[in-house]
Design a protein around this ligand. Sequence first.
Ligand SMILES: CC(C)(COP(=O)(O)OP(=O)(O)OC[C@H]1O[C@@H](n2cnc3c(N)ncnc32)[C@H](O)[C@@H]1OP(=O)(O)O)[C@@H](O)C(=O)NCCC(=O)NCCS
Length: 159
Amino acid sequence: MPSADFTGGHPELTLRPGRAGDLALLVALEQRLFGSDRLSRRSFAHFLRSAHAALIVAEIGEALAGYALVLFRPRSRIARLYSIAVAPENGRRGLGGTLLEAAAEAAQGRGSSCVRLEVNERNGGATALYHRHGYRLIGQRLGYYHDGSTALRMEKTLA
Ligand SMILES: CC(C)(COP(=O)(O)OP(=O)(O)OC[C@H]1O[C@@H](n2cnc3c(N)ncnc32)[C@H](O)[C@@H]1OP(=O)(O)O)[C@@H](O)C(=O)NCCC(=O)NCCS
């Protein structure tokens, strides 16, 4: 697991692989943050077990502060950042960026050459975060989300 560079106010931050015992807290965080298009308990349980997923959990003390989920496909060098979330009380302190970098490191560690993602065009905060971390716009998917809004497709090439 990559070493966290996020210490601002939270020297006790830990990044680690998710485990089965995180399931309830992951589901609770997801319900707090996403109105629709959220990951179900069943999906989290699947990804926590899957050899084709890296679920990175950020813990501050005993609390689940955020997570990033990266998916891999056999024989593909394109990794997909499937979801990323930071608990609101820890927002705007660099944790999203730290998780994003950890996700890219995990992808690189598995031999991926790039990371792709989709972000709701209305999600200006996340889009700014991705731009800031080297993601560029490569396209869009109209009506991709449950509410009919468009997804921006972004990609970052890994060194
Ligand atoms: C998007 C999210 C992961 C960002 O996490 P975070 O820990 O707040 O992000 P950071 O502190 O690392 O932000 C780094 C930069 O990203 C941009 N950014 C992040 N959130 C922003 C917001 N709400 N509005 C504007 N810019 C934002 C800013 O440039 C920020 O730098 P700054 O704070 O110096 O201005 C978090 O807000 C979140 O979980 N949102 C709900 C879930 C979600 O939308 N996930 C993405 C789905 S694709």
